[in-house]
Design a protein around this ligand. Structure first.
Ligand SMILES: [Zn+2]
Length: 138
C-alpha cells in the first residue's frame, strides 16, 4: 500500500491533476520529456492526445519506471483514462500498480504459451499483434 492517490479536477480552461500523498499534494508533471502528445495539458474521458499524456504521466509516477510507462501507457489510456469521469476522479496508486502487475502477468503467460494459442483481448501482446503465443497464431 502506497497511500498515494491521483486526483483529476476540471476547472475553466484547465484540467488539473494532483498527486496526494502523506497529507500533502503536488502537481503531476506532464512528462513531455518522455513523449510529447499534449504540450497543452492533460485530458481524460476519451482516447486522444491529452488522455495519452495523462496515462503516461500516471504510469511513470506510480511505477517510477519510465520504460515500463512507455510500454503500457496506450493500453492504460484505452482501458482506464478514457473511462474516467469527465467532471473529476480519484485513482489510487495501488490500483495503477495492480493494473500494471496484471498486464505484466498476462505478458508472461503469453510468452509461456499459457493461453493456449488463443487470442485473448486482455493480453497486451495479443491485442498489439505481437509475437503469437507458442502453439498457435494469436
Ligand atoms: Zn497473448
Amino acid at each position: 500500500m502506497t497511500g498515494r492517490s491521483y486526483l483529476g479536477a476540471r476547472r475553466p480552461g484547465l484540467c488539473e491533476v494532483r498527486v496526494r500523498e502523506g497529507g500533502g499534494s503536488r502537481q503531476l508533471p506532464l512528462r513531455l520529456d518522455l513523449v510529447r502528445h499534449s504540450p497543452t495539458g492533460f485530458e481524460w474521458g476519451y482516447g486522444g492526445s491529452g488522455p495519452a499524456q495523462l496515462a503516461l504521466a500516471i504510469l511513470a509516477d506510480a511505477s517510477g519506471d519510465s520504460e515500463l510507462a512507455l510500454r503500457f501507457y496506450q493500453r492504460f489510456k484505452r482501458e482506464v483514462v478514457a473511462r474516467l469521469k469527465p467532471s473529476g476522479w480519484e485513482l489510487p496508486a495501488d490500483f495503477v500498480l495492480g493494473w500494471l502487475e496484471a498486464e505484466r502477468r498476462m505478458l508472461a503467460e503469453h510468452g509461456a504459451g499459457l493461453h493456449g494459442g488463443r487470442f485473448d483481448s486482455a493480453c497486451p501482446a495479443c491485442s498489439e499483434g505481437g509475437d503469437p503465443p507458442m502453439g498457435g497464431a494469436c
